[in-house]
Design a protein around this ligand. Structure first.
Ligand code: IMP
Length: 434
């Protein structure tokens, strides 16, 4: 079945600049839907020089005619949601039931999830994952456990919510005291806070899967906004140093309730280099002055946690794997301007393990690999004002061409700065982006 929907996903370890591309495609979409992760994401959009940093609410909220959806696959944190709503209202952005809906079956991040995330990470010491401490892993654990899960629809059922909170807090207080010597939580205070969130979100709750299926049947476009990056995927990433949801395009149907045939054109976001926050393997990492310089030029500090990001060269071997898993149709290359001023650039084209070149990418052996690099000439010009491919210096054009060859996919868009206007339309097949 043909589909005019679009899915935007990250192909690295997150922070690829998805917010800007989502914002561009949202203009011609009727729906923008999140399907994975939660407030661990941080999507930055710059509109007319004004910066919006969104964690939970889809970037489509900045567009008039978009109905924004938090799908069933999202780890829904009502505390962050209500805070984000207030911040948007303060800046005159409309965010209400008419343009923002939350799935009744999304699992809720409760205070014990955030507490567990922090306590567990602290107790792991050097083996910690380096999570965002947003309670994401514990929330999805409870989803899989079922009997200790709270779903968004529960927040508006005061009686059963109270019973659930009492029962679950009873269990968690015992386990947290035994495992970590933690102080007990007060179920009555949690109930008051979360029942109040329930009142705020009640008009926005709904069967979002049906809304999306109806919209698709009526020929309206849905844009699926990915969170994190494919190398952080719970199944296909660098486990255990991953997030706890399905962040590739494979997560879209399960996380929203649409058929797999409706995922549409899949755009894979890549940064012109690589970054990672938190622990875990990162073969092209430059823990040296090159990495420091990329961090400063690219302002590589987490939108959600403010942590400095680890920085390194572009890894074509890993991103090719990520693009293949999701069946990416075209690429969007971001932050190309950050590479200006480097004499020589390195692109990882493969890994060696025990002296042998690996035939295929395997996220399970990334700890023990050495990178094989191609080199490319750098360029000194500031490219942030380039608006067409022809405006770019030859070395920058060659770098883009090399990425297209190695990933065997066209680069549809090139971003040379945070503003909406700092975008070069290259080989995109998405009609509205041309
Ligand atoms: P969690 O999702 O908070 O459990 O964190 C698990 C891992 O995913 C950690 O390494 C985080 O730094 C990373 N992570 C989670 N969300 C993002 C994101 O939006 N961008 C980049 N890294 C992320």
């Amino acid at each position: 079945m043909d589909s005019n929907n679009v899915t935007v996903i990250g192909l690295q370890w997150g922070d690829e600049g998805k917010g800007k591309v989502v914002d561009a495609i949202a203009r011609t979409s009727r729906y923008v839907a999140r399907y994975c992760g939660g407030a661990n994401a941080g999507h930055t959009v710059v509109v007319d020089g004004e910066t919006f940093a969104l964690h939970l609410i889809p970037c489509g909220i900045l567009h008039e005619n978009v109905l924004n959806i938090l799908g069933n696959g999202v780890a829904f944190d009502p505390a962050v949601f209500v805070e984000e709503l207030a911040a948007l209202h303060c800046r005159g952005v409309r965010a209400e039931a008419e343009n923002l809906r939350v799935s009744t079956t999304a699992n809720v991040v409760m205070p014990w999830h955030k507490l567990q995330d922090r306590l567990s990470e602290t107790s792991l010491g050097n083996s910690r994952i380096g999570t965002t401490a947003r309670g994401i892993g514990p929330c999805y654990s409870d989803k899989a456990n079922r009997s200790t899960a709270v779903r968004a629809g529960d927040l508006v059922q005061a009686e059963t919510l109270g019973e659930k909170i009492d029962r679950i807090v009873g269990i968690r207080n015992k386990t947290f005291a035994a495992l970590y010597g933690a102080e007990p939580m007060d179920p009555a205070a949690i109930f008051d806070e979360y029942a109040a969130y329930g009142e705020t979100i009640a008009p926005m709750l709904g069967n979002t899967g049906q809304i999306l299926r109806d919209g698709i049947a009526a020929g309206q476009r849905v844009l699926f906004e990915g969170g994190q990056g494919s190398m952080l995927d719970i199944d296909h990433g660098t486990f255990p140093f991953v997030t706890s949801s399905s962040v590739t395009a494979c997560g879209v149907p399960a996380g929203t309730g649409i058929p797999p045939s409706q995922v549409g054109t899949i755009i894979g976001l890549i940064k012109a280099y690589t970054t990672r926050v938190g622990a875990g393997p990162f073969p092209t990492e430059q823990d040296n002055e090159i990495g420091d310089s990329l961090r400063e030029r690219g302002r590589e500090y987490g939108t959600t946690t403010g942590r400095p990001r680890r920085c390194g060269w572009f890894d074509a071997f890993a991103t090719r794997y990520a693009a293949d898993i999701s069946g990416v149709n075209e690429l969007a290359l971001s932050l190309l301007d950050v590479l200006s001023g480097l004499d020589e650039l390195y692109i990882c084209t493969g890994y060696k393990c025990d002296g042998k070149t690996l035939g295929a990418f395997d996220p399970a052996v990334m700890d023990a690999v050495q990178c094989e690099y191609d080199t490319a000439s750098g360029w000194s010009e500031d490219i942030s004002n380039c608006r067409t491919f022809d405006d770019l210096p030859d070395a920058a054009k060659a770098y883009v061409d090399r990425i297209e060859t190695l990933l065997e996919r066209p680069v549809g868009l090139i971003s040379v700065g945070p503003d909406r206007l700092q975008t070069i339309v290259h080989h995109t097949q998405v009609e509205d982006l041309k």
